[in-house]
Design a protein around this ligand. Sequence first.
Ligand code: 13P
Ligand code: SF4
Length: 332
Amino acid sequence: MGDSLCILGHHYQSDEVIDCTDIRGDSLELARKINGLKAEHIVFCGVFFMAESAAILSRPGQKIHIPDPTATCPMADMAEAGRVRKTLAMLEESGRKIVPLTYVNSSAAVKGVVGEHGGSVCTSANAKIMLDWALSQGDAVLFLPDQHLGNNTGDALGIPADQRLLLPRDVIHGDPALALNPEDAEGKKLILWPGYCPIHVEFTLDAVRAIRENEPEAKVVVHPECDPAIVRAADGAGSTTFLIKYADEAPAGSTVYIGTEENLVKRLAARHAGCKTIRPLLTALCEDMGKTTLDNLARTLQTLDSAKPVTVANEVREPAKLALERMLAVCS
Ligand code: 13P
Ligand code: SF4
């Protein structure tokens, strides 16, 4: 790694892009790394919210670049800051303190609203610790945008189903005032935004059942953005780093099915070929993660000094940084 440039990549990037990176990781590992980086230019191979988080956590003078700024996360786009703010205000009409906890897969503007409201951020690697923390800060938690990660984390903490409320789908696109009846949230501890990852909802319980029937010795591990029924049926669930570790530590001769984005599963299959069998639960490609290519990465590297870096306006950056720093402090 040179002094002036560092290339970061999320595990879902293609092999050819991953080969160009200095640092690879899951969302939590990459967020943690930003603070210690001295490079003037940081190129983030991933989706836009990751580059925004890097811009929020970067030092003065550092410039964050993303090879294709149109690479967004469709789940992050399911929570718009204005609607989140309005929903929080409505939920607090009863006088209860609602603490927002946003998955890192969310815009800087949403993180800003969450930070202003005393809330924080979580990733798939620390969701249980952060939900426990958020529950200790108020009467209830608004978890967003991923209903499945929220429910899976609620299961891990033993929050009963009758203490959870899934908000109506209309809060994603419509006016929360029309979609929401705040009385429905009374007595609930975990209030879930109805977002989801279009890639991870592709995985089905039937696929897990078929493996159990046909290959009873095989293991199945999935990302917690999958539906809770799939997580319950699997042998384990966790962040991309957890899934990599599971594959790496599986005994020689074993078979592991992995329910997550296929670039990562293919890489693990190739890494362990001849020793153990790693297969996708079903094939599911995140097109946005795939928007980073060798071509646009090369172009980004050629125009570092002239290109417009990813920036976050100060009025958003300050509260969003607070939200992210609360997470880094709780999980230090
Ligand atoms: P990880 O934080 O587990 O790497 O997941 C990020 C993501 O976008 C999963 O879809
Ligand atoms: Fe977003 Fe899903 Fe792609 Fe992850 S896999 S970046 S959650 S759309």
